[in-house]
Design a protein around this ligand. Structure first.
Ligand code: G3I
Length: 351
């Protein structure tokens, strides 16, 4: 064989090898031309979301890039909570919330509003204001209708009431129950509906993704309120969970059917999966985490009533949980973890 032919074959072999090395090494870096979580979700008319913190949108371009590239839905982590958006009785501060909504509009993403009525982050002017029941009702009505009204048509779904039940199924004895009474729940949904009749209105909570006293009571209460004509469209399962004794997938399947059977739309609204308690190696923990992410996404994608999975963040760099939990799908250096690839695979399946 001519020497020149041998050289040509050698050159071709080197070229093929280097292309393979380049492609393999790029598995860790997501390029804009790659298939993304949102490109796959869009094809299924499914929503993969994430909680966004406005503090990082401005000063971390990796953060804003990965959110814009991978998610077709975002929610405000803190910016629409009572104490942040309504810091004084006659003053609202929409600046940080607007930043997130504007980001979503620029990136053609849907927005979930979080959250209108909660026992955390109630501003001092209200909590310590010594107002009467009727005054607090009017303050809450104005708050809800001012905030929902401002984003009318821009926010497709609201977490209207958040975490109103205790683990035993009783109502949480929070500021709203103490001052207005149990009717604060239905009143909040009615006021939100009046402000934006097209927005989907959710009740949101943790620990209701399994069969227990809390989830049974929540289901019963929402069913009764809907039968009374209260405009409650959906239920948000927060799902802050763990790889150790975290989530029972069979119970999750049942619970999705149970909520769907009474006409509730279900969204998984704050998913993150901690690994700190596990005793296995880092690599094994990351694999277990990926498997659970995949099971939860597959369960939601297979369910008639589950339309979105929202992660409570996107990178371990900014999780609200302790750093050892490493609960999200990109590591602190924005390298996609095993969980990212397992979610991608779950979005590539047919259901
Ligand atoms: O904005 C103030 C800032 O002015 C102050 O300097 C700083 C230090 O005190 O605090 C800042 O407020 C913090 C806020 O996040 C905004 O960053 C609060 O202290 C802090 O408690 C708050 O934590 C948030 C927590 O909800 C309470 O609102 C977390 O970031 C957020 O991830 C977490 O999210 C909740 C969901 O809303 C409901 N479901 C549970 C989930 C996890 O707790």
């Amino acid at each position: 064989m001519h020497k020149s032919k041998i050289i040509l074959i050698l050159v071709l072999l080197i070229a093929i090898t280097s292309v393979c090395i380049f492609l393999f090494s790029n598995k860790d870096k997501k390029e804009s031309t790659d298939i993304t979580l949102r490109s796959l979700a869009d094809k299924k008319d499914f929503y993969i979301g994430g909680a966004v913190n406005s503090l990082y949108l401005d000063n971390d371009s990796d953060y804003s890039n990965v959110i814009g590239r991978e998610l077709n839905l975002i929610t405000t982590e803190n910016e629409m909570k009572f104490g942040i958006i309504h810091p004084e009785k006659y003053r609202y501060d929409f600046s940080s919330a607007d930043k997130i909504v504007d980001f979503a509009i620029t990136n053609k993403q849907k927005v979930r509003g979080h959250t209108l009525v909660w026992h955390h982050q109630i501003p001092k002017w209200l909590e310590e204001g010594q107002y009467s029941k009727e005054e607090i009702k009017e303050i809450l009505r104005q708050h809800i209708q001012t905030v929902v009204g401002r984003y009318r048509g821009q926010i497709y779904a609201w977490d209207v009431v958040n975490e109103a039940f205790n683990d035993d199924g009783t109502l949480r004895d929070n500021f709203w129950l103490k001052t207005i009474g149990p009717e604060y729940i239905e009143l909040s949904f009615q006021w939100a509906h009046e402000a934006d009749p097209k927005a989907l209105l959710f009740y949101n909570d943790y620990g209701i993704e399994a069969i227990n006293a809390k989830s049974i009571k929540v289901l019963e209460t929402l069913k009764t309120l809907r039968e009374k004509g209260v405009p409650i469209d959906g239920i948000g399962l927060q799902m802050h969970t763990w790889i150790v004794n975290g989530t029972n997938i069979n119970e999750l399947k049942t619970i999705l059917n149970n909520y769907g059977s009474v006409g509730l739309q279900v969204e998984i609204t704050e998913l993150d999966i901690g690994v700190a308690e596990a005793k296995e190696s880092k690599k094994t923990k990351e694999k277990l985490q990926a498997d659970l992410y995949s099971s939860i996404f597959t369960t939601c994608l297979s369910s008639e009533s589950c339309s979105a999975v929202v992660l409570w963040g996107i990178t371990d760099k900014y999780t609200y949980r302790i750093e050892e939990e490493e609960p999200l799908i990109f590591n602190r250096k924005y390298k996609p973890k095993e969980a990212y690839w397992s979610i991608l695979e779950s979005l590539q399946k047919d259901y």
